[in-house]
Design a protein around this ligand. Sequence first.
Ligand code: KIV
Length: 295
Amino acid sequence: MNPKRITAPAVRAMKGASRIGMLTAYDYPSAKIADAAGADIILVGDSLGMVVLGYPDTLSVTVDDMLHHTRAAARGAQRALVVGDMPYLSYHVSIEESVRNAGRFIHAGAQAVKIEGGKPSRIKTIEAILDAEVPVMGHIGLTPQSVNALGGFKLQGKNADDARRLIDEALALERAGCFSLVLECVPAELGAFITERLTIPTIGIGAGPNCDGQVLVYHDVLGLYDGHTPKFVRKYAEIGADMQRALEHFLSDVRDGSFPTDAESFHGTSSEELKRLYGSRESEGAVVVEMPKAQ
Ligand code: KIV
């Protein structure tokens, strides 16, 4: 293991000591940039289904999709803890299959996995994955893989019963041994309450300012995704528009002949020598070609 790598126990120990900065990243360049920017955790999120693969939600993402992206991101991250997001149906069928799938993320270069939900059957699965020595990050609140069951991408834990269910799930995930917990799209008061009750760090996304850390999707932070942007996203750049401007500039230079210049070209055999070997386009328009003799 890279000695500079932030580990799952180190993330856990950050509770109360320093705020945790987490970003998603899905490939070598994005993970390298997030790592160089100082992310403590890089989540290879199944949000890649929407922001990279163009699906309307995360449900179509497969384990093979995730492993492909985890391998690439893991090659780009030297310091950040790399967490692989287990996609829909990779931990729902049986405990044995879930443990095997979790292990595949470790083989792909992740140091931990993230799993959505905190109901009793999920806790059993998480305990089995932990028993296989794979650190697990929990995730409750708006769990996008449950979008059909939840009836849409909606704020969770609004009323007292739902808030109590989420608090119970958070405590159960902590007891099971998760090293951290993502709280997605819950009222700020509930985010603060759960954060105060737990001994493991909470990482919020749309869960208010009092979580132990915050996570945003790479493409949202950079302005690279033109789909729906939730209220909790802060865009720090409009890289998508900058990228389009740069590409338009290139295409215009190609069309008006200003790319490439001589300085952007290589030189070898002179044009005179090439003409001597292969002939030249004569003024009457015919191309005279003298083929060199085969050896
Ligand atoms: O897939 C993802 O990007 C996530 C984060 C938003 C927490 O689960």
